[in-house]
Design a protein around this ligand. Sequence first.
Ligand code: TYM
Length: 332
Amino acid sequence: MEKTKKRIFSGIQPTNTPHLGNYLGALVNWIKLQDEYECTYSIVDLHSITVRQDPQKLKKQINESYALLLAMGVDPDKSTAFVQSHNCQHAELSWVLSCYTQFGELSRMTQFKDKSAKHPENVNAGLFTYPVLMAADILAYQADLVPVGIDQKQHLELARNIAQRFNQVHGDTFIVPEPYIAKTGAKVMSLQSPEKKMSKSDENPNGSISVLDDRDTIIRKFKRAVTDSEAVIAYREGKDGINNLMSIYSAVTDKSFEEIEKEFAGKGYGEFKLAVGEVVADHLAPVQNEFAKIIADKKYIDECMRKGAEKAFKTTRKTLQKVYKKVGFIVL
Ligand code: TYM
């Protein structure tokens, strides 16, 4: 069947409950793009074991992350929502692509350098080849567009290079994907150290907001957010904390920075932080209510996972066969 709509692929690791950065940087766009594009979204569990995981906890996280996608509005009929390890072709394509990726390219990946510095006791080969698996995820679906936060831009550039290289050697095989990076929310910073991105592995729990944090926790964390001593709500250099809060407020309310500056002119940081906390809590409440319903319905989750896996497999089979033929394997 000829493709009509352009295709989107994106993924999220199930290492922890998604935080506000994942949500505003990527997930809200996943939902928005579903009507216009043919979308495939994955809980990328294969990626998550590059860092040691507790198997019981991981299993629970995969289930919850998947349920959260549905709760946020990923429509399992309209889009394909699946768990990465349920489609074995990601790993197969990853092997082929790793033979088209240079050691030097992988050595330059900043996330590899950061993670290997953070876990010096476990600098495994998977951590090193992780971006090849990510390229396989994207290229297997012939994605035109990949909605991600800024931190994934380098990995996406590598995926483009791999696709171009393979196409050069073997003729047109892969679509060369473009990143889709939102104007606001593409880099949400830690509430405690606003010079660092909000991260699942932040040691300080007050630095990040989980999308499942309750209202009081959300408001408390925002009230404690680190700012500056200037007491002026304006977006400008040197005001990392306030810039971050303004970006979050803007991403959630769709208000521009000028509108926000006007709204809070002459008001104190306390009032502003409370307002940001409230809009975020209000925004997440319906997602949390929906999540509570879905997570209680194991049968529904399993059904959706199975359907997603089947759809995903069918799509990638075409690419895999094409790739195997191009490299000279015998396709039966
Ligand atoms: P992951 O699981 O770390 O993050 C999922 C998505 O959230 C974005 N993100 C952020 N956006 C704004 N501010 C932040 N502080 C922030 N932190 C994270 C990420 O950019 C990402 O879009 N390697 C990927 C998962 C992956 C993938 C893929 C993504 C695997 N295969 C194929 C796209 C396409 C990752 O670890 O994302």
